[in-house]
Ligand binder design. Structure first.
Ligand SMILES: [Zn+2]
Length: 200
Protein backbone atom coordinates (compact mmCIF):
# COMPACT_ATOMS: atom_id res chain seq x y z
CA UNK A 1 0.00 0.00 0.00
CA UNK A 2 1.20 3.49 -0.77
CA UNK A 3 0.51 6.33 1.60
CA UNK A 4 1.69 9.90 1.41
CA UNK A 5 4.84 10.96 3.15
CA UNK A 6 3.92 13.68 5.66
CA UNK A 7 6.62 15.87 4.21
CA UNK A 8 6.44 19.07 2.20
CA UNK A 9 9.60 20.38 0.61
CA UNK A 10 11.94 20.10 -2.32
CA UNK A 11 13.23 16.89 -3.90
CA UNK A 12 16.63 17.66 -2.38
CA UNK A 13 15.22 18.08 1.13
CA UNK A 14 13.24 14.88 0.72
CA UNK A 15 16.40 12.98 -0.25
CA UNK A 16 18.32 14.36 2.72
CA UNK A 17 15.85 13.28 5.37
CA UNK A 18 15.42 9.74 3.98
CA UNK A 19 18.44 8.38 5.87
CA UNK A 20 16.62 8.41 9.20
CA UNK A 21 13.90 5.74 9.32
CA UNK A 22 12.50 7.17 12.56
CA UNK A 23 11.88 10.57 11.05
CA UNK A 24 8.45 9.78 9.60
CA UNK A 25 7.85 6.22 10.79
CA UNK A 26 4.11 5.52 10.86
CA UNK A 27 2.93 4.88 14.41
CA UNK A 28 0.26 2.41 13.32
CA UNK A 29 -0.59 0.18 10.38
CA UNK A 30 -2.98 1.83 7.89
CA UNK A 31 -4.01 -1.60 6.57
CA UNK A 32 -4.83 -3.65 9.67
CA UNK A 33 -4.95 -0.64 12.05
CA UNK A 34 -2.62 -2.33 14.56
CA UNK A 35 -1.24 0.31 16.89
CA UNK A 36 2.45 -0.65 16.67
CA UNK A 37 5.10 1.46 14.99
CA UNK A 38 6.01 -0.13 11.64
CA UNK A 39 9.44 -1.66 10.96
CA UNK A 40 11.73 -0.03 8.38
CA UNK A 41 11.83 -2.31 5.34
CA UNK A 42 14.24 -0.80 2.84
CA UNK A 43 13.39 1.25 -0.21
CA UNK A 44 12.16 0.99 -3.71
CA UNK A 45 13.31 3.32 -6.43
CA UNK A 46 11.33 5.26 -8.99
CA UNK A 47 12.11 7.85 -11.61
CA UNK A 48 11.12 11.47 -11.19
CA UNK A 49 11.15 14.42 -13.56
CA UNK A 50 10.79 17.78 -11.86
CA UNK A 51 11.73 21.33 -12.85
CA UNK A 52 15.25 20.96 -11.50
CA UNK A 53 15.55 17.21 -11.14
CA UNK A 54 15.56 14.29 -13.56
CA UNK A 55 16.62 11.04 -12.00
CA UNK A 56 15.86 8.35 -9.48
CA UNK A 57 14.50 8.86 -5.99
CA UNK A 58 14.17 6.30 -3.23
CA UNK A 59 10.85 5.66 -1.55
CA UNK A 60 10.95 4.30 1.98
CA UNK A 61 9.04 1.17 2.83
CA UNK A 62 7.85 -0.09 6.19
CA UNK A 63 6.61 -3.51 7.21
CA UNK A 64 3.76 -4.27 9.59
CA UNK A 65 4.82 -7.16 11.82
CA UNK A 66 1.18 -8.00 12.46
CA UNK A 67 -0.29 -8.35 8.97
CA UNK A 68 3.09 -8.72 7.15
CA UNK A 69 2.11 -6.17 4.54
CA UNK A 70 4.27 -3.26 3.47
CA UNK A 71 3.50 0.43 3.36
CA UNK A 72 5.53 2.84 1.26
CA UNK A 73 5.76 6.54 1.95
CA UNK A 74 5.38 8.44 -1.27
CA UNK A 75 6.50 12.09 -1.22
CA UNK A 76 3.54 14.31 -2.02
CA UNK A 77 5.18 16.02 -4.99
CA UNK A 78 4.74 12.83 -7.03
CA UNK A 79 1.63 11.13 -8.34
CA UNK A 80 1.58 7.33 -8.15
CA UNK A 81 2.56 5.65 -11.44
CA UNK A 82 3.61 8.85 -13.20
CA UNK A 83 7.20 9.90 -13.80
CA UNK A 84 6.72 13.65 -13.87
CA UNK A 85 6.19 15.62 -10.69
CA UNK A 86 2.80 17.06 -9.82
CA UNK A 87 4.13 20.57 -10.46
CA UNK A 88 5.29 19.72 -13.98
CA UNK A 89 1.95 18.09 -14.81
CA UNK A 90 -0.05 20.97 -13.31
CA UNK A 91 1.90 23.62 -15.27
CA UNK A 92 1.29 21.72 -18.50
CA UNK A 93 -2.44 21.23 -17.92
CA UNK A 94 -2.93 24.89 -17.00
CA UNK A 95 -1.00 26.10 -20.06
CA UNK A 96 -2.86 23.84 -22.44
CA UNK A 97 -6.39 23.66 -21.03
CA UNK A 98 -6.80 26.95 -19.17
CA UNK A 99 -4.59 29.29 -21.20
CA UNK A 100 -5.22 27.47 -24.50
CA UNK A 101 -1.57 27.40 -25.49
CA UNK A 102 -0.52 25.01 -28.24
CA UNK A 103 0.59 21.51 -27.33
CA UNK A 104 4.16 22.38 -28.25
CA UNK A 105 4.03 25.66 -26.35
CA UNK A 106 2.58 23.97 -23.29
CA UNK A 107 5.28 21.33 -23.38
CA UNK A 108 7.87 24.12 -23.06
CA UNK A 109 6.07 25.79 -20.14
CA UNK A 110 7.28 23.44 -17.49
CA UNK A 111 10.97 22.70 -17.50
CA UNK A 112 12.55 20.40 -18.49
CA UNK A 113 11.37 20.39 -22.15
CA UNK A 114 9.50 17.23 -22.95
CA UNK A 115 7.81 15.49 -25.86
CA UNK A 116 4.30 16.90 -26.24
CA UNK A 117 2.87 13.37 -26.54
CA UNK A 118 3.46 12.95 -22.83
CA UNK A 119 1.23 15.96 -22.24
CA UNK A 120 -1.47 14.56 -24.53
CA UNK A 121 -1.54 11.47 -22.37
CA UNK A 122 -2.07 13.59 -19.22
CA UNK A 123 -4.82 15.58 -20.93
CA UNK A 124 -6.69 12.41 -21.94
CA UNK A 125 -6.58 11.16 -18.40
CA UNK A 126 -7.49 14.53 -16.92
CA UNK A 127 -10.53 14.89 -19.18
CA UNK A 128 -11.75 11.45 -18.18
CA UNK A 129 -11.28 12.30 -14.52
CA UNK A 130 -12.58 15.89 -14.49
CA UNK A 131 -16.19 15.24 -13.49
CA UNK A 132 -15.16 13.00 -10.59
CA UNK A 133 -12.62 15.61 -9.48
CA UNK A 134 -15.30 18.33 -9.39
CA UNK A 135 -17.55 16.16 -7.24
CA UNK A 136 -14.78 15.15 -4.84
CA UNK A 137 -13.08 18.54 -4.52
CA UNK A 138 -16.42 20.14 -3.62
CA UNK A 139 -15.56 18.99 -0.09
CA UNK A 140 -12.66 21.45 -0.10
CA UNK A 141 -13.69 24.41 -2.21
CA UNK A 142 -16.69 26.04 -3.87
CA UNK A 143 -17.40 24.68 -7.35
CA UNK A 144 -16.46 27.51 -9.69
CA UNK A 145 -18.78 28.60 -12.51
CA UNK A 146 -17.22 27.16 -15.67
CA UNK A 147 -18.32 26.05 -19.13
CA UNK A 148 -17.43 22.40 -18.53
CA UNK A 149 -16.03 19.93 -16.02
CA UNK A 150 -12.48 20.29 -17.29
CA UNK A 151 -12.40 24.06 -16.64
CA UNK A 152 -14.26 23.69 -13.36
CA UNK A 153 -11.86 21.02 -12.12
CA UNK A 154 -8.86 23.18 -13.05
CA UNK A 155 -10.32 26.19 -11.26
CA UNK A 156 -11.00 24.10 -8.16
CA UNK A 157 -7.46 22.67 -8.22
CA UNK A 158 -6.02 26.15 -8.56
CA UNK A 159 -8.03 27.50 -5.64
CA UNK A 160 -7.29 24.50 -3.41
CA UNK A 161 -3.66 24.15 -4.44
CA UNK A 162 -2.60 21.10 -6.42
CA UNK A 163 -0.57 19.45 -3.67
CA UNK A 164 -3.28 20.05 -1.07
CA UNK A 165 -5.88 18.64 -3.46
CA UNK A 166 -3.73 15.61 -4.23
CA UNK A 167 -3.16 15.02 -0.50
CA UNK A 168 -6.90 15.07 0.13
CA UNK A 169 -7.76 12.93 -2.90
CA UNK A 170 -5.11 10.30 -2.26
CA UNK A 171 -5.02 10.12 1.52
CA UNK A 172 -8.70 10.83 2.08
CA UNK A 173 -10.57 9.02 -0.67
CA UNK A 174 -7.85 6.98 -2.44
CA UNK A 175 -8.50 8.86 -5.65
CA UNK A 176 -5.73 9.47 -8.20
CA UNK A 177 -5.68 13.02 -9.53
CA UNK A 178 -5.37 11.68 -13.09
CA UNK A 179 -7.34 8.49 -12.46
CA UNK A 180 -5.84 5.12 -11.59
CA UNK A 181 -4.12 3.43 -14.52
CA UNK A 182 -5.88 0.52 -16.18
CA UNK A 183 -5.11 -2.75 -14.46
CA UNK A 184 -5.41 -1.24 -11.02
CA UNK A 185 -8.50 -1.41 -8.86
CA UNK A 186 -10.18 1.94 -8.10
CA UNK A 187 -8.13 2.42 -4.94
CA UNK A 188 -4.81 1.71 -6.62
CA UNK A 189 -4.49 -1.95 -5.75
CA UNK A 190 -3.37 -4.26 -8.51
CA UNK A 191 -6.51 -5.93 -9.87
CA UNK A 192 -6.49 -9.71 -9.66
CA UNK A 193 -7.11 -10.21 -13.37
CA UNK A 194 -4.37 -7.89 -14.52
CA UNK A 195 -1.28 -10.12 -14.52
CA UNK A 196 -0.89 -9.64 -18.28
CA UNK A 197 -1.79 -5.96 -18.42
CA UNK A 198 1.00 -3.89 -16.91
CA UNK A 199 0.02 -0.40 -15.80
CA UNK A 200 1.05 2.30 -18.28
ZN1 LIG B 1 -0.80 -4.29 9.50
Amino acid sequence: MQILHPFAGSVQQYTEQLADPDCYRPGYCPQCQTKHPLTAHGFYTRTLIDATFDGIIRVRRYLCQECKRTVSLLPEFVLPYLRSSLTVIALFLIARLLQAQTLHGSAQTAPPPMPYQRGQFWIRRFRAQAEALCATLAALTQPAPAPDFVHRALAMLESTGWVAAHRFLFAGVRCHLLGWPRGLAPDGRRAAFSSAAAPA
